[in-house]
Design a protein around this ligand. Structure first.
Ligand code: AMP
Ligand code: ZN
Ligand code: FE
Ligand code: FE
Length: 280
């Protein structure tokens, strides 16, 4: 029995509801799934109810945005205390920062002569933290690009002409925040960000010092060679390796259950949380 430890919903930049995700996880035969929306815990309640109805387990989570120089580093946080004051303050700040940044990206697009309206970005996001996929959706809607992928390729990808970084914590501070909020921190999809392997291993070692528990070695964007590289990096440091689909509904070519984590590993992750909590 296994778990998909990385899924998104309309509570961030996915296109499906927590109920949809729970139904898909159940029909895929999973034991459970983690709800890991970007910078919010708002979907937890509905996810918990839906998982209960489908008789699967919910791992409450989120995907925390952090920044290292000019690139985003994502941390998966599991079982954090949703009421932890430092965590809730940072998540709220990040959501405000996302609104600032979406406006900056729209301004860059307009300066490039692209007719896209900030109002539409907000309308497409609803109450979700604003993300680049919402900007991409507005671009598709406006007829500026044929599809989501093209919006990223032309303008929105990291370092692209309309990209604007988020002001966020360093990855080290992000791990500390997660651990202090009673959670377990896992480095998300490290193989998507790799520029120089050596740099990333140095970062990894700094995160281990802060209490990182695992690496998302199995991600839909990692091929076998990349997955094996990160599994080994995890093994060598006594970290756990997790797997997740990074499901975003229609916004990503991935299905719930495309990558999974065995129950033993989920239990071992949970056990690390108790150790961390006990040490404070
Ligand atoms: P943000 O948190 O606003 O920086 O947006 C991050 C999200 O954008 C990711 O979770 C993906 O859903 C999406 N994304 C990032 N890079 C790409 C890309 N190159 N192509 C398509 N989607 C992407
Ligand atoms: Zn996303
Ligand atoms: Fe991510
Ligand atoms: Fe994600």
């Amino acid at each position: 029995m296994s778990f998909d430890l990385h899924t998104h919903t309309v509570f961030s930049d996915g296109t499906t509801s927590p109920e949809d995700n729970a139904a898909m996880a159940a029909s895929a035969g999973l034991a459970g799934l983690a709800a890991t929306d970007h910078d919010t815990t708002a979907g937890w309640e509905r996810a918990a109810e839906a998982c209960e109805r489908h008789d699967i387990e919910l791992v409450p989570g989120l995907e925390l945005s952090t920044e290292l120089g000019d690139r985003g580093v994502h941390l998966l946080a599991y079982w954090v205390d949703g009421d932890d004051p430092a965590m809730t303050a940072e998540l709220e700040r990040l959501r405000g920062e996302r609104a600032r940044r979406a406006a900056a990206m729209v301004a860059k697009l307009q300066a490039l002569g692209i007719d896209v309206a900030l109002d539409r970005v907000h309308a497409l996001a609803g109450t979700a933290p604003l993300g680049r996929p919402h900007v991409a959706a507005a671009l598709v809607e406006a007829g500026a690009v044929a599809d989501h992928a093209t919006a990223f390729d032309l303008w929105l990808a990291d370092g692209g002409p309309a990209y604007e970084p988020k002001a966020a914590l360093s990855p080290e501070a992000g791990v500390r925040l997660i651990v202090r909020a009673g959670g377990v921190a896992v480095l998300a999809h490290p193989g998507l960000a790799t520029r120089e392997a050596g740099t990333d291993l140095a970062l990894l070692d700094r995160l281990v010092v802060e209490g990182l528990a695992g690496i998302e070695s199995d991600h839909v964007g990692h091929d076998e060679v990349v997955a094996a590289y990160w599994r080994r990096a995890a093994d060598e440091r006594g970290l756990l390796s997790t797997g997740g689909s990074d499901f975003h509904g229609g916004r990503k070519d991935s299905e719930i259950g495309a990558r999974t984590t065995p129950r033993e590993v989920v239990d071992a992750l949970h056990a690390r949380r108790r150790q961390e909590v006990g040490s404070w």
